[in-house]
Design a protein around this ligand. Structure first.
Ligand code: SAH
Length: 397
């Protein structure tokens, strides 16, 4: 018998099918019966209507009621997390992402690493941990201990950052803070370029590691071009463009803080490089006011316009509007890198929005590349919802 026996959630007849296909979510409507006393964040056993065990997961109040951690009956303890995290790390090694010139990568991408509700980004020796479910919030200390045990001791500091990622109704009041270790520097490397990562105050875990491959592709096209990096945040695309031999790079973000980070990061890699300038202003305003033909490589990487399905219609209008401006203004022979990181917007919907924007401009436009998230943001094949980043590289005549 297990040392720990978890309470049980029983599903309605027929509702076990998706779990049998390893989809990691149980929706609240699929539940027939719950043991008394199950609380938000508890580890629960999930059984089919005939009582057969389907697996174990974290319970949560809401439309996604259980996030499955395993499809068998097992104890969720530090050993479980050490095993899962080591497997996640081994995969990053196989992907070639752990190198002296690249020490920033995503170690855990939720469902994509069979740890729904958990995100871990590594910046050199610091792991930044984000819980997206109460269950992962309660497990944060064991997760932190487990992180120290994997990867041959690579991780020395664990910073917990879930103030904005947990359902606020759960009233967990998570404090952003170090669980283990302390601040000991915040310069990380991506493909040989250095950057400051502000996990204390920055957005998300402090840097967008998900654009790594796309930045490298951009570098390839940057030579002699006048580059406009819209929604630059920490300036990732900008310093790749400079390395690629851009004639000039203009970085734009509405946040003054983002502009300071971009300027500092550019200086870290290309001190006193006169090719770069940074402007703190609204993207729509900047695009409306800039001259036609001023830029021949434009990057549009806005924040998620639709955080939920309910915002989808306005989000699609937003994508169309901003892309239409870029098509209207980009120089002939220009290249547009355009992205959407909204999970609620499908690849097809994004493409239609960009397609409509192109048609509105009347320009001749060809698709050169169709981009997605990098390999350290894997998509669990049983959980297609895990695909969120979409990008198109377009040649505009
Ligand atoms: N391209 C970045 C990530 C972009 S995140 C990278 O590679 O790291 C989105 C950014 O858009 C944030 O920095 C945010 O400050 C900025 N932003 C949001 N709304 C904006 C607006 N209306 N105009 C300009 N920037 C905006």
């Amino acid at each position: 018998m297990n040392m720990i026996s978890y309470k049980t959630i029983t599903l309605r007849k027929g509702k076990e099918e998706s779990l049998k296909r390893y989809h990691p979510w149980v929706f609240s409507g699929a539940i027939q019966r719950m043991d008394n006393g199950i609380e938000e964040g508890d580890i629960v056993n999930v059984t089919a209507s005939d009582g057969s065990i389907l697996g174990v997961g974290h319970y949560q109040i809401g439309s996604i009621a259980v996030r499955m951690l395993d499809f068998s009956e097992r104890v969720i303890d530090e050993t479980f997390f050490v095993e899962r995290l080591q497997r996640a790390f081994d995969m990053r090694m196989t992907l070639g992402l752990v190198r002296t010139d690249n020490n920033a990568f995503r170690l855990v991408h939720g469902e994509g690493d069979f740890l729904p509700g958990l995100v871990v980004d590594i910046y050199d020796n610091t792991a930044v941990v984000q819980a997206h479910s109460p269950g992962m919030h309660f497990a944060r200390n064991i997760i932190a201990e487990a992180l120290l045990k994997i990867a041959g001791g690579l991780v020395k500091n664990v910073y917990y950052k879930s103030e904005t990622t947990l359902p606020y109704k759960a009233e967990l009041d998570p404090q952003n803070d170090y669980i283990i270790g302390n601040f000991d520097g915040n310069i990380a490397m991506e493909n040989g370029l250095s950057f400051y990562v502000d996990w204390l105050k920055g957005q998300k875990t402090g840097f967008f590691v998900d654009q790594r491959d796309n930045r490298l592709l951009l570098q390839h096209y940057a030579k002699d071009r006048r580059v406009l990096n819209m929604f630059c945040y920490t300036g990732g695309f900008s310093f790749y463009a400079l390395r690629g031999g851009a004639q000039s790079v203009c970085s734009v973000d509405s946040s003054e803080k983002a502009i300071r980070l971009t300027t500092d990061n550019v200086a870290l890699n290309f001190p006193d490089d006169k090719r770069h300038r940074a402007v703190a202003t609204d993207a729509f305003k900047f695009l409306a006011e800039m001259g036609s033909g001023e830029y021949d490589l434009i990057i549009l990487d806005p924040p998620a316009f639709a955080k939920h399905k309910s915002a989808l219609k306005n989000a699609l209008i937003g994508y169309r509007r901003i892309n239409a401006k870029a098509f209207e203004k980009i120089a002939s022979g220009g290249i547009l890198f355009t992205f959407s990181c909204s999970q609620a917007v499908s690849k097809e919907q994004f493409r239609v929005a960009v397609f409509s924007a192109a048609a509105q401009s009347g320009r001749k436009v060809r698709i050169l590349h169709q981009l997605t998230q990098p390999s350290d943001h894997p998509i669990n094949i049983y959980h297609p919802e895990g695909e969120y980043l979409k990008g198109l590289v377009l040649y505009v005549e």
